[in-house]
Design a protein around this ligand. Structure first.
Ligand code: SF4
Ligand code: SF4
Length: 400
């Protein structure tokens, strides 16, 4: 495989035309309950409080109602009618970042993610989402339309006042690449907003796969993973998107996810879904990296640490680049505060989680910031002029 002779875009070589937007309507059926009720899930919590020190919102506010234990009790009381919903109780549910640090540490194995999804669905039925949230959900379910708007946003970006930019500038598409058509195909999940920002990452994963004798393909018909909708209390749309992805990847065998925040939804919809970092780490012995005298900062997204659990695999891959100096960002609350659409809906609160990480990054002397989740990269990238990339982009650059 000649890495420098592959023409961009790889997916156009494999699959002419952009993937179609998937028609998702409010009439999409809500999936049947996948197990226990909110009450039954909440009953598993023994209220030990061991999760409190790991919760970013508890660390920020110091309130029981902003802790996992408090939110579980709140969700249960709202669900059984013991507590009326007020602006204050809704705000405590809104503030949850969905980072699931509590779930990762809970000795009783409380499924906090499932509790939050059910609590948000109830919340949505009593308080419909606002225009901004609805717009984000509508666009996420239509990646083709969203990509066109992001191309326009890239063009307009210099004209928008710095304080009014909701997202960083989408990058230009790289050029100059040709796939090895003889290698076994591995399908790549592209996501929704990521498509407008990840042309460089698609090139990087194609180059890395080529280095281990595989070929990246980008199936048509794939769409948003639905995590954004599920976390906003809309399991019906999340279910419809999962069905579309299941159909798009029905014939592909292995399907790699690039964003840690998308992985759980894709892996439950698509048989054979794998995290790209873990996949590459398994074949790490076949990757050869040139020496790189550079200090980089590594942000480990909550979804990567607590759900995908590919942080050790990533550290192992980065350690194989001779001379690379990796500084892990862990300041403040750990979580960057992006939390799906929260960075758009409540940017000042989201920035309180982000700022300690950016301060640590600025003091580190690192030349770029690496993060494996698109939401985190967008949020972090909107607060710094230094490049914020997926770690696989750096690894592709370092291929020998
Ligand atoms: S969620 Fe788990 S760790 Fe937190 S209070 Fe309940 S049982 Fe304890
Ligand atoms: S998901 Fe994160 S923010 Fe929400 S309660 Fe758990 S630890 Fe706290």
């Amino acid at each position: 495989m000649q890495r420098d002779a592959v023409a961009w875009p790889v997916r156009l070589a494999q699959n002419p035309g952009m993937p179609e937007d998937v028609r998702v309507t409010d009439a999409s059926p809500c999936p049947p309950p996948d197990g226990l009720s909110l009450q039954a899930l909440a009953d598993r919590c023994v209220q030990c409080g061991l999760c409190l020190p790991s919760c970013p919102t508890y660390a920020l506010d110091g309130l029981e109602s902003e802790s996992p234990r408090g939110r579980i009790a709140l969700a249960r009381a709202l669900d059984d009618g013991r507590l009326p919903a007020t602006a204050t109780t809704e705000a405590h549910l809104d503030h949850c970042l969905g980072c699931r640090r509590c779930e990762a540490i809970c000795p009783a194995q409380v499924d906090y993610g499932a509790i939050l999804a059910r609590a948000r669905a109830s919340q949505r039925s009593r308080r419909p989402p606002g225009y901004r949230q609805r717009s984000a959900e509508w666009l996420a379910a239509r990646p083709r339309t969203l990509s066109a708007l992001l191309a326009l946003y890239r063009w307009m970006w210099p004209l928008i006042p710095e304080t009014s930019r909701p997202l960083p500038r989408p990058p230009a598409r790289p050029t100059g690449w040709t796939p090895n058509v003889d290698a076994p195909a591995v399908a790549i999940f592209m996501g929704c907003v990521a498509r407008g920002y990840e042309a460089g990452l698609h090139l990087a994963i194609a180059r890395l796969l080529a280095a281990i004798g595989e070929r990246a393909v980008f199936p048509q018909g794939q769409t948003c993973c639905g995590t954004l909708h599920l976390h906003a209390g809309d399991p019906g749309t999340a279910h419809a998107l999962a069905n579309a992805n299941r159909a798009a990847f029905a014939e592909t065998g292995i399907a790699l996810t690039l964003a840690s925040g998308c992985h759980e939804a894709v892996s439950s919809a698509v048989g054979g879904a794998r995290d790209a970092i873990s996949h590459l780490a398994e074949h790490g012995g076949r990757l050869r990296f040139a020496p790189r005298a550079e200090r980089v900062a590594l942000h480990l997204p909550c979804s990567q640490r607590n759900v995908v659990r590919s942080d050790a695999a990533l550290r192992g891959l980065l350690a194989r680049v001779p001379g690379l100096d990796v500084v892990t960002l862990d300041a403040g609350f750990g979580c960057c505060g992006a939390a799906g659409t929260q960075m758009l809906g409540d940017p000042s609160r989201a920035n309180r989680f982000r700022q300690p990480l950016l301060d640590q990054f600025a003091a580190s002397g690192a030349t770029r910031l690496l993060s494996a989740n698109i939401g985190c990269r967008l949020h972090l990238g909107n607060g710094t002029a230094v490049p914020v990339q997926h770690p696989l982009e750096l690894l592709a650059e370092c291929l020998a």
